[in-house]
Design a protein around this ligand. Structure first.
Ligand code: SF4
Length: 448
């Protein structure tokens, strides 16, 4: 749950990185940072908070140069501390390098322990530093070789951008679990977690960085090298269900289309005799539109969203999450009073958000509140960088659907089937990671 961007340009990249990071803000709001190379040295600015709060004319002005990377962070490995903000920097063998990482290494602890036993002292508590340290250790003048040696050791999910004084590098894990796209125009080559960050800087010709691909951009152009060839990628399904922006097209699947279609399919899998279809904004909106259009039941906005709040799912503590739900979504009494409604949401993780919303929608006068979820029950934790809680806290891991319905106080509750979710993606069943739904982890999370 982070966003990365890297730009190699013929002109200054500081503002481009700033705007690009803004368009990735939904991927992490705890901290952010930018590193820029002026061709001789790397300069970095970073801090806790939103991109708009951390950066200003003055500190962006310190970032002079035509090559740079940026990062927005939500902590999954390591705590929410200033020392864990990215990009990270390393000084080794006479060179400077800076790295930004989205994803999670399942074997970072074991690698870290081994390195610490060798006398290495880490500056952060995050897995990304292990990647940077290994690259620095293996670097002997050939950065691609150093990355390949590093990829041989690290396991899990990673989409990484790396800047040296004269190069921008991007690489992606061999299964392509976390997204990474590339775009170009006459002036810029851009890598980013989502295409919105590429489009905002005016680049186009967007393609996916392939699973296992290492791309280097320097004065001679773009060079592609493969660590491994992947005939069966495992793109994270949750990106389309919830995490990516609606305008994201990642590995051939557009998030808006997926969500709208999942609503259409759900309306057929689980019809509902009600007066209104109400979305839980924002990710529930396209699905509610699809549900409404297919069923013929009118769509209405029954919840008003406070646009200045972060995402409730990604607040670190339970108390904060509950407070955030109240602050973030307010029922529209005039729409809901006396109505039977079906509420459309993307997922149920702990169940507290749904219970809270249903209670408040009833208090606003709705006579029936049915719930339809546009993904199957989340029964297993994610080890690859999405902040789902342990099984103990996942409501669907511990309760049957009827028990969940009772717990959240809905009149009826239906989840989209796995088959329906695959159909909504127009994708092939074996090109997605869906381990949080079915427990089939593409990279074994048990590391010995
Ligand atoms: S386990 Fe779920 S959230 Fe994690 S990468 Fe796989 S599909 Fe995405």
């Amino acid at each position: 749950m982070c966003g990365v961007i890297g730009i190699y340009s013929k002109s200054a990249v500081n503002k481009k990185l700033f705007y690009g990071l803004n368009s990735l803000q939904h991927r992490g709001q705890e901290s952010c940072g930018i590193t820029v190379s002026n061709g001789d040295r790397l300069q970095r600015e970073k801090g806790m908070g939103l991109v708009i709060d951390v950066f200003n004319e003055e500190n962006l002005g310190n970032l002079e140069g035509n090559i740079g990377i940026g990062h927005v962070r939500y902590s999954t490995a390591g705590g929410s501390h200033d020392y864990n903000t990215q990009p990270l920097m390393a000084f080794a063998k006479g060179i400077e390098m800076s790295l930004a990482h989205n994803g999670n290494l399942i074997n970072h602890q074991i690698l870290r322990t081994r390195l610490e036993e060798d006398g290495v002292m880490f500056q952060t508590s995050i897995d990304s530093e292990v990647i940077l340290y290994l690259i620095a250790r293996y670097y002997k003048g050939d950065i691609v070789e150093a990355i390949k040696k590093t990829m041989k050791l690290i396991r899990g999910a990673y989409a990484v951008v790396l800047v040296l004084k004269d190069k921008l590098i991007a690489f992606r894990d061999p299964l392509g679990i976390r997204p990474l796209v590339m775009g170009e125009n006459e002036e810029d080559v851009v890598f980013a977690s989502e295409n919105a960050a590429i489009e905002i800087v005016g680049a186009s010709n967007i393609r996916n960085v392939k699973p296992g691909e290492i791309l280097v951009v320097d004065k001679d152009g773009v060079h592609s090298d493969m660590y491994s060839n992947c005939d069966k990628p495992c793109n994270c399904f949750f990106e389309y269900v919830y995490f990516a922006r609606e305008d994201a097209t990642l590995d051939g699947t557009n998030a808006y289309n997926f969500r709208r279609r999942s609503g259409e399919i759900l309306s057929q899998e689980a019809p509902c005799d009600v007066d209104l279809v109400i979305p839980v904004p924002d990710s529930g909106i396209p699905s509610a539109i699809g549900f409404s259009q297919k069923s013929g039941i009118p769509y209405a906005q029954g919840l008003v969203k406070n646009r200045y709040m972060g995402r409730t799912f990604i607040k670190p503590t339970q108390k904060e999450r509950e407070m955030a739900v109240k602050l973030k979504l307010n029922p529209l009494r005039h729409v809901l009073k006396g109505k039977r409604v079906v509420l459309i949401d993307d997922s149920i993780v702990r169940g507290t958000t749904s219970a809270n919303l249903i209670k408040r929608i009833r208090e606003a006068g709705a006579t029936e509140v049915h719930m339809r979820i546009t993904s199957p029950p989340v029964k297993y934790p994610c080890y690859y960088g999405i902040d789902t809680p342990s099984r103990r806290h996942l409501i669907a891991a511990n309760m049957k659907v009827e028990e969940i319905r009772e717990k959240i106080g809905a009149d009826s509750l239906v989840f989209l089937s796995m088959e329906g979710m695959i159909n909504a993606s127009h994708g092939k069943v074996d090109t997605f990671c869906k381990a949080c739904f079915d427990g089939n982890y593409p990279v074994d999370p048990i590391v010995i």
